[in-house]
Design a protein around this ligand. Structure first.
Ligand SMILES: C[S@@+](CC[C@H](N)C(=O)[O-])C[C@H]1O[C@@H](n2cnc3c(N)ncnc32)[C@H](O)[C@@H]1O
Length: 216
């Protein structure tokens, strides 16, 4: 698999040379070049954002009028770029109030997730961990993503993928897998690009919007 190793090293070196925090930047760039996810002025929520290369790519692509918020279990080193905001949080605990505190934005044009579970080396366990994170991203899309907005998710392929794809198809007009060049061919990593959120999609109870606080 010398070719794959060379490809991996190539993107790693390119990322360093161009000031990206990880080679994952090239996966997102290719996905957006081919599937057109971002528009100028978009508000973007990045789930599992550390160390931050997707934040760097997204912020460039949405331009100065856009805003990008990254959420991760780990602290994300600050950016000079003032349109990027970050929040330390488990996405399973994330609420719109927390997002409001971090940036004032609680409705997004794009939600993206590069989240991965802590890998165990067991393909089945890792696959199901990845599926749980993807279902959480769809849950959050029900309340945080604008109708007609887009959701991009990384996943590890396996037996429960068809069920995820079918759920994504119920919530979005288009849901299709994509494998960028920077994803090694040997890995089961795949990206699911979901475009144009349908207006009415089921809202899971745990992410229902918080009731308004304060009096009239
Ligand atoms: C592959 S890295 C993301 C790389 C990032 N897209 C970039 O370009 O720099 C996956 C991240 O998902 C985060 N993550 C995994 N589970 C999470 C969870 N439940 N809540 C928040 N972040 C999570 C991990 O902490 C890790 O930083």
């Amino acid at each position: 698999m010398a070719g794959q190793r060379e490809l991996h090293d190539h993107f790693f070196k390119e990322a360093k040379r161009n000031g990206f925090r990880s080679r994952a930047a090239y996966k997102l760039s290719e996905i957006d070049d081919k599937r057109k996810i971002f528009s100028k002025g978009d508000a973007v929520l990045d789930l599992g954002a550390a160390p931050g290369s997707w934040l760097q790519v997204a912020s460039k692509r949405v331009g100065k009028k856009g805003v990008v918020i990254g959420v991760d279990l780990q602290e994300i080193d600050a950016f000079d770029d003032t349109q990027i905001h970050t929040l330390v949080c488990d996405v399973n605990e994330l609420t719109s109030d927390m997002l409001h505190e971090a940036s004032d934005v609680t409705e997004f044009d794009v939600i993206m997730s590069d989240m991965a579970p802590k890998t165990t080396g067991n393909r089945t366990i890792d696959h199901h961990g990845s599926m749980r994170l993807c279902h959480r991203a769809i849950d959050l899309s029900a309340t945080l993503l604008k109708p007609d907005g887009h959701l991009l998710m990384k996943l590890l392929e396996g037996e429960a993928y068809p069920e995820l794809l079918s759920r994504a198809g119920e919530c979005f007009k288009i849901a299709k897998g994509f494998k960028p060049k920077a994803s090694r061919a040997i890995s089961t990593e795949l990206f699911l690009v979901c475009k144009h959120r349908k207006v009415h999609i089921p809202v899971p109870e745990q992410v229902a919007p918080s009731p308004p606080t304060g009096g009239w």
